[in-house]
Design a protein around this ligand. Structure first.
Ligand code: NAP
Length: 472
């Protein structure tokens, strides 16, 4: 069991003002896997004050200095890879076969990516009689979810360091330990005091104190759309910048010309990885009527072949849901899908075969789903796939866009050019074309209720910048 009793504020491990601890439950075993201290508003004040003071000198360091710290963090990430991976297995329940690849390995890669971009902060652009420059925006509050805790952390911290911002980070209550390890990494590379600070506690207390704090210049939030709205409201009186990365209900159009076996393979892996707890999961598969029945048959066979069990076992692909609450929510949606008249073709509300304890839900597929059903409109955040039939491409695009969300999408067509033509009609921030793999240099973020920000790539750095125009 991991035990932490201090926060990292102003380059020191300090005893929190808050009292009490958060005990993190391992979702596979029900045992306590970590104990972390709970902070209060005074801890937020101390962390913000440290970040505000540090900003005076950190924001005017050379880009080369900040680049150097990011490269050192990438080296440190290698050293702590196993520790970080185990926190993901123990607290989120993500199986070890994917935990490093999806969550921890990108840490070093993304540090290197933003190390390369730090130099852009010193560029000047001439426009007529003006010179345009960019500057670090200031003190940043970062609030993260539990489903990809380390990937979300580095998607915020690395560009903020590159830009010259200082920061206070809050992880989700379910997955806090990686943040304490990351603070140890910042300490190990000698990041100046006050640049990186951590506090822990609920969103209601700590998240709200950060979002509303008058000395915070930017709040960047990843999580549910409902909490994103609360953050926006809390931030409004101080007119700070609010960057939101929210939920999704992403469509995946498969045409009659697609390589069906490869297309379904891609789709099942995408929805089932991390037990369906993925913001950009392709949860609505929209399939041409001529290949629909075959697609359902393939999807069921591939899903039933997935291994379910102990996330520490390297042969396991599907672990437990992250919490009892998440399991209850997913089961409620499965019942709702049955009540709405969707056809349950695999999975359901029983525990997966062989499992007696833990927050397990069987990987589930509904066929004959119509896009107006709640299971097709609302984010379930579990291993539940909706298969929807279409007869013409205009109808497919209409179904794809008939959602309050717009985070991600995918198209598999006869060739990449045909797929690209369809992709351009989908209102979403990303589109995977014929199985295209994720790219850490590409911007990630949503349209509509999926958010208003972009993380990663040049756009990810831009979030942490103010723009200045000087007229000569
Ligand atoms: P959540 O319940 O909204 O919580 C996210 C974070 O916000 C947690 O740290 C939470 O703290 C905090 N929080 C909750 N209410 C708050 C408030 N009123 N003010 C400030 N902070 C508050 O979401 P989740 O269940 O952790 O994560 C799942 C959601 O995140 C899904 O909707 C998923 O799609 C979305 N997501 C989006 C992206 C993206 O890039 N677009 C990536 C990953 C996940 P506590 O939990 O500690 O109370």
């Amino acid at each position: 069991m991991r035990t932490y009793d201090k926060f990292y504020i102003n380059g020191q491990w300090v005893t929190p003002n808050g009292t009490g601890t958060d005990e993190v439950i391992n979702p596979a075993t029900g045992e306590i896997s970590a104990s972390v201290p709970l902070g209060n508003e005074a801890d937020v004040d101390a962390a913000v004050a440290a970040a505000k003071e540090a900003f005076k000198t950190w924001s005017v360091t050379s880009a080369a200095t900040r680049e150097d710290f990011l490269r050192k963090l990438a080296v440190e990430a290698e050293k702590r890879n196993a520790d970080l991976t185990q926190t993901v297995v123990d607290e989120l329940g993500m199986p070890i076969q994917n935990a490093a690849a999806y969550q921890v390995d990108p840490l070093g890669i993304i540090c290197e990516s933003f190390a390369d971009k730090a130099k852009h902060m010193e560029e000047e652009k001439e426009v007529g009689n003006s010179i345009i420059t960019v500057e670090a925006i200031g003190v940043c509050a970062m609030i993260n979810p539990w489903n990809y805790p380390i990937w979300q952390l580095i998607g915020k911290v690395a560009p903020a360091i590159a830009a010259g911002c200082t920061m206070i980070v809050k992880a989700a209550s379910q997955t806090p330990s990686h943040l304490f390890i990351f603070a140890e990494m910042c300490e190990a590379v000698g990041l100046p005091a006050g640049v990186f600070n951590i506090v822990h506690g609920s969103g209601r207390v700590i998240g709200n104190a950060l979002s509303s704090h008058p000395d915070v210049d930017l709040v960047t939030f990843t999580g549910s759309t409902g909490a994103g709205v609360q953050v926006t409201n809390a931030a409004a009186p101080t007119v700070k910048r609010v960057c939101l990365e929210l939920g999704g209900k992403s469509p995946y159009i498969i045409t009659e010309e697609a390589d069906l076996d490869a297309a379904i393979d891609f789709g099942i892996n995408d929805i089932m990885v991390n037990t369906g707890q993925t913001c950009n999961a392709l949860t609505r598969m929209v399939i041409h009527e001529s290949v629909y029945d075959k697609a359902v048959e393939l999807a069921v066979a591939k899903t039933e072949a997935l291994t379910v069990g102990d996330p520490n076992d390297p042969s396991i692909f599907i672990g437990p849901m992250a919490s009892e609450g998440q399991k209850a929510t997913v089961l409620e949606y499965i019942n709702k899908g049955i009540a709405e008249g969707a056809r349950l073709v695999t999975g359901g509300t029983e525990m997966p075969a062989g499992m007696t304890t833990g927050n397990y839900v069987a990987p589930t597929i509904f066929a004959d789903v119509t896009n107006d059903m709640a299971i097709a409109q609302e984010e379930i955040f579990g291993p539940v796939l909706c298969m929807i039939k279409y007869s013409g491409i205009d109808e497919a695009v209409e179904i794809a866009n008939d959602t309050p969300f717009g985070l991600a999408s995918a198209v598999w067509a006869g060739d990449k050019d045909k797929a690209k033509t369809i992709a351009k009609r989908i209102k979403a921030g990303q589109c995977a074309i014929n199985g295209g793999e994720p790219n850490h240099e590409a911007p990630f973020g949503g349209y509509k209720e999926s958010g208003n920000g972009r993380e990663f790539g040049d756009a990810g750095l831009h979030e942490y910048c103010e723009i200045k125009a000087m007229q000569f």
